[in-house]
Design a protein around this ligand. Structure first.
Ligand SMILES: *Cc1c(COP(=O)(O)O)cnc(C)c1O
Length: 384
């Protein structure tokens, strides 16, 4: 079977990103590679392989199904941590497999203790604190009850971590909110420590926090987007620019390239419309290249008459509407384009590049969204 497009995932770029992040966090902080959302669209299987070869031994997922996928792919007995969803009926298997998970309320905590007792296996839990994100996490007001319960049950569970998540560390406009969160977190930590409750790892930082709020770097950082070679926002890049190792040179490298081929070439006469409706009329005699990638493959309809791709090292514009399975490109001024030529939707060709940012700006998606919307069934190829 040959798919209509494929993704190349660069292991070399990943190694570079990890080197850079390592240089920011020092030698002893653990990097947990966040692989939720099908590893930000890169493919869990491919990313676990690449990351383990780059020395990563800790992975974070949103849910238990993703955790099982990492579990199946891991060849190095890496630690796996579920940050979010886990159904009660799956907890027993998760504990048996030694998979870590977040505990953010008493309901889950009590269940973890009950199951640990009946299995005779200690659940590996991370206590998640509410510090201002307002999604999940124990409230400040519950600290006493929580501390008492943890002390009682200490023999049945492993306190692997004390953690929280920042609400918008990627923007300086959230500076005050993030500072407050750090303070609340530290108050919790001091409170538990004074009660004699200690955790194996203290961790709060995502990519943005790691890169622009170094005080959030503790025993572990949970790195998603930066591992894949993207700055969480433009703002984080500019905030960091002057302090980069080689002044103004972006140390993060994109892993993903997205490629397809020319499927057909077609002449269109002046005055004719291209594709559905009348959003594009040929103002001259034109030639189009048809490419077998459309919104069903993750190429947003918002790129109708907007998108650009590379063929034979030259930029070509999308004309007309993006259809479910195809786009049409204006190649009127390009010679020598043939059916079968490589088309780059994201990535480099010759000395030109289509960035994910250029995409996401014209579709109002954040790069996180564009990446995670790349369908799972597009083949991913690791390139060394
Ligand atoms: C997604 C997520 C991360 C990683 O965020 P990035 O911005 O991609 O680095 C870290 N921690 C938690 C709890 C998350 O949900």
């Amino acid at each position: 079977m040959i798919a209509t497009s494929y993704l190349e995932i660069s292991a070399k770029a990943y190694r570079q990103n990890i080197r850079y992040i390592r240089s920011e966090i020092g030698p002893s902080t653990v990097i947990s590679a966040v692989v939720k959302g099908n590893a930000y669209g890169h493919g869990i299987q491919q990313m676990v392989e690449i990351a383990e070869k780059a020395g990563i031994r800790h992975f974070s997922t949103f849910s238990s199904d993703e955790a099982w996928e990492v579990f199946r792919c891991s060849k190095k007995k890496s630690e796996i941590m579920i940050l979010g969803m886990l159904y009660p009926e799956e907890m027993s298997d998760i504990i048996k497999a030694g998979i870590n998970f977040y505990v953010y309320d008493f309901r889950r905590l009590e269940l973890a203790v009950t199951i640990s007792k009946s299995l005779g296996i200690q659940a590996k839990i991370h206590i998640e604190l509410e510090t201002g994100f307002h999604r999940t996490g124990f409230e400040w007001s519950s600290r006493e009850k929580l501390a008492t319960y943890l002390k009682e049950q200490m023999d049945h569970i492993q306190l692997k971590g004390l953690c929280s998540h920042y609400a918008g560390a990627e923007s300086v406009s959230n500076f005050v909110r993030v500072k407050n969160q750090i303070e609340v977190y530290n108050n919790f930590k001091t409170y538990f420590n004074q009660k004699g409750i200690h955790f194996e790892k203290y961790h709060t930082a995502c990519s943005a926090a790691t890169l622009i709020f170094p005080e959030t770097i503790m025993d572990m950082v949970r790195i998603g987007i930066a591992g894949y070679g993207f700055w969480p926002t433009k703002e984080t890049f500019f905030a960091k620019l002057n302090s980069l190792p080689k002044a103004n040179k972006n140390p993060l490298k994109r892993l993903v390239s997205w490629k397809s081929t020319v499927m057909s070439i077609k002449p269109v006469k002046m005055g004719e419309f291209v594709g559905y409706g009348n959003s594009f009329m040929a103002l001259q005699n034109m030639r189009l290249a048809i490419v077998p990638v459309g919104y069903a493959h993750g190429y947003s309809r918002l790129l109708s008459n907007q998108g650009q791709v590379l063929i034979r090292g030259k930029f070509c514009n999308v004309v007309g509407t993006v259809t479910m399975n195809t786009i049409a490109l204006n190649i009127t001024n390009l010679k020598n384009i043939e059916v079968g030529d490589e088309v780059v939707l994201i990535g480099k060709q010759g000395n030109k590049e289509i960035t994910v940012a250029s995409f996401s700006e014209s579709t109002q998606q954040v790069n996180y969204e564009l990446l995670t919307r790349l369908p799972k069934d597009i083949p991913r190829r690791i390139i060394p």
